[in-house]
Design a protein around this ligand. Structure first.
Ligand code: FES
Ligand code: FES
Length: 169
């Protein structure tokens, strides 16, 4: 029987302390211990991107790190990004652009897109493709997903430009 280790971390804005098995992955911790099943477990070997979460502001594969390695970290799952409305426009445009079918890959796609747009406000289609290169989708093909992310980037840029124009000099 393996000993459980205490970890403290922030998940979706909430500070938590839990005891975890040393070999429990962050994906299993989020899904089983916290019930955050939006983090999907697909390949569980770092290839499909379904398990992406934001860790200290960067997208990481939750299947590739142990929960104990996330001690002290700030995690945002697709649920947290949804509740804060940080990805509301991405979710809406994924829907209107038909960028999902079964939806299994979608949480990972949204986290990858969020990570990309957080570090690059106006990515090229090539950069969007590159950011999604670790995310598998078996249903839609990637064209609609790239379209959706490009649309959101343009909208956000348009909104930022018009809010700057409205600011008093
Ligand atoms: S489940 Fe983590 S990359 Fe596939
Ligand atoms: S929508 Fe089904 S795997 Fe992407």
């Amino acid at each position: 029987m393996s000993a459980h280790l205490p970890i403290t971390l922030s998940v979706n804005g909430e500070e938590l302390t839990r005891r975890v098995e040393p070999r429990e992955t962050l994906a299993d911790f989020l899904r089983r211990d916290l019930g955050l099943t939006g983090t999907h477990a697909g390949c569980e070997m770092g290839a499909c991107g379904a398990c992406l979460v934001m860790l200290d502001g960067l997208p990481v594969h939750a299947c590739l790190i142990f929960a104990v390695q996330a001690a002290g970290a700030t995690i945002q799952t697709v649920e947290g990004l949804t509740e804060s409305a940080a990805i509301a426009d991405l979710q809406s445009v994924f829907h209107t652009r038909n960028a999902l079918q079964c939806g299994f890959c979608t949480p990972g796609m949204l986290v990858a897109a969020h990570g990309l747009l957080s570090r690059c406000a106006m990515p090229s289609r090539e950069e969007i493709r590159d950011a999604l290169s670790g995310n598998y989708c078996r249903c839609t093909g990637y064209e609609a997903i790239v379209d959706a992310i490009e649309t959101v980037a343009r909208r956000r840029a348009g909104e930022a430009a018009s809010s700057m124009a409205e600011e008093p000099a």
